[in-house]
Structures are given as structure tokens and as C-alpha cells.
Design a protein around this ligand. Structure first.
Ligand code: GRF
Length: 214
């Protein structure tokens, strides 16, 4: 089976990267993880990647004079690894336009809310404050606007009356770990495609493929 070569970009814990790595251990999963790249040294996710036997690379943002120079080095590392698609998984840095343009249509992210609600940070606290009854997570293509690229798949999580930020975050994270490998598989199998006009086209993807109800 021809596998899609994927790099995962992290900045911390790396639990979503771990869920992709576990999925990729299945010989029938259509993805090979060719690199785990972090913009920060010594983060937990790098150890986890090594435990999975994955190649790691740190491109430390503090050693570059500008964001553009840092991201050029990131692109170079991703290209050297032969990445055909890049998954951001807790990569906590807003990307410059040049990087996004370079990888457009080949760059996806997981975000802990049902987009387009609650872009940005502290999504669980804001969801609770706003009193939403259903929360969740989204996998989307990355474009030049923060958390606004075309949506690939979403998982919905019911907000319980006694939820606090950490209980809700934990259930959403569990949903993320199920959703991200599924969404990535849809792309690898070309069931979902990014189209040049910044939207997605479902190509044999079913409602069950793209919408997960927890
Ligand atoms: C996840 O909630 C992800 O949705 C967000 O950052 C968090 C990263 O967690 N973008 P982890 O590093 O994957 O454990």
C-alpha cells in the first residue's frame, strides 16, 4: 500500500501526535509518520515520539532572528523528511503567511472547539462561560486566518451540567484522539480534498466519516 508521508508539528505534550502514531502502527493505516518536529526543545511530546520510534527534530524558535527565518528552517526540515502533508498537533505558534502559502492544502490542524465557534485559546473556559450545550473539536485545513480554514471533520461532545474546564477538556481531548486519525485517513484516502478555492470537496466521504458524536 502506498502510504502518505506525514510530519507532525508539536510544541508540548504531544498526545494528539501520540494518537496519530498509534494509528500509524496499523499496517493498514494509509499514513507513514516521517517526522515529529517541535519548535521547543525538551518537550514531553518529543519523548513520546521517540518511544514510538519516530524521527524527531527540534527547530528551536529562540535561535532565529525572525519568524520567517524560523519557518523557512521548519519548511526545510519538513522537506528533508519527505513530508507530503503536515499535521499541526498542539503547535502553539501562529504561522506566517509565507509558511501557510508554501504548505497550503497540505497543512491541517486540530482545534479544541466546534469551529467556527471559539477560535483561539482557552476554548473550554469560554464554551462553559457562554453556556453552550454541545462543544467539541475540529480538524481543518490551515489558511491565512487563525482557525478559519475549511473544516474536514468534527466531533461533538455534550457539556454536562457539572462540567468544569478540566473535565470538559479531558472529554474533548479523548474525542480529539479519535477524530484526528480518522480525519487524516480521509485525506490519505482522498475521500476529502482541499480545493483551490479554499474549501473542501467530499469525495465519497460519508456523514459518519466526518461527524463524530460522543
Ligand atoms: C489540543 O487540545 C489541540 O486541540 C490544541 O492543543 C492541544 C494539544 O494537546 N491545538 P497535545 O499536545 O496534542 O496533547
Amino acid at each position: 500500500m502506498k502510504k502518505l508521508k506525514v510530519a507532525v508539528m508539536i510544541s508540548g505534550r504531544g498526545s494528539n501526535m501520540g494518537s496519530l502514531a498509534r494509528a500509524a502502527m496499523d499496517p493498514d493505516y494509509p499514513v507513514e509518520i516521517v517526522l515529529v518536529l517541535s519548535n521547543k526543545p525538551n518537550v514531553e511530546g518529543l519523548n513520546l515520539a521517540q518511544q514510538h520510534g519516530l524521527p524527531i527534530r527540534v527547530v528551536d524558535q529562540t535561535t532565529f532572528d525572525s519568524r520567517d527565518e524560523h519557518e523557512l528552517a521548519v519548511t526545510q526540515a519538513l522537506q528533508e523528511a519527505g513530508a507530503e502533508l503536515v499535521c499541526m498537533a498542539g503547535y502553539m505558534r501562529i504561522l506566517e503567511d509565507a509558511f501557510v502559502n508554501e504548505w497550503r492544502g497540505r497543512l491541517i490542524n486540530i482545534h479544541p472547539s466546534l469551529l467556527p465557534s471559539f477560535t483561539g485559546l482557552d476554548t473550554h473556559a469560554r464554551a462553559l462561560e457562554r453556556g453552550v450545550r454541545i462543544h467539541g473539536c475540529s480538524v481543518h485545513f490551515v489558511n491565512n486566518e487563525l482557525d478559519a480554514g475549511p473544516i474536514i471533520a468534527q466531533a461533538a461532545v455534550v457539556v454536562e451540567p457539572n462540567d468544569d474546564e478540566s473535565s470538559l477538556a479531558a472529554r474533548v481531548l479523548e474525542a480529539e484522539h479519535e477524530l484526528y486519525p480518522r480525519a487524516l485517513k480521509l485525506i490519505a484516502e482522498e475521500k476529502i480534498r482541499w480545493t483551490g478555492d479554499d474549501s473542501v470537496r467530499d469525495n465519497n466521504a460519508t456523514a459518519d466519516d466526518v461527524a463524530l458524536l460522543k
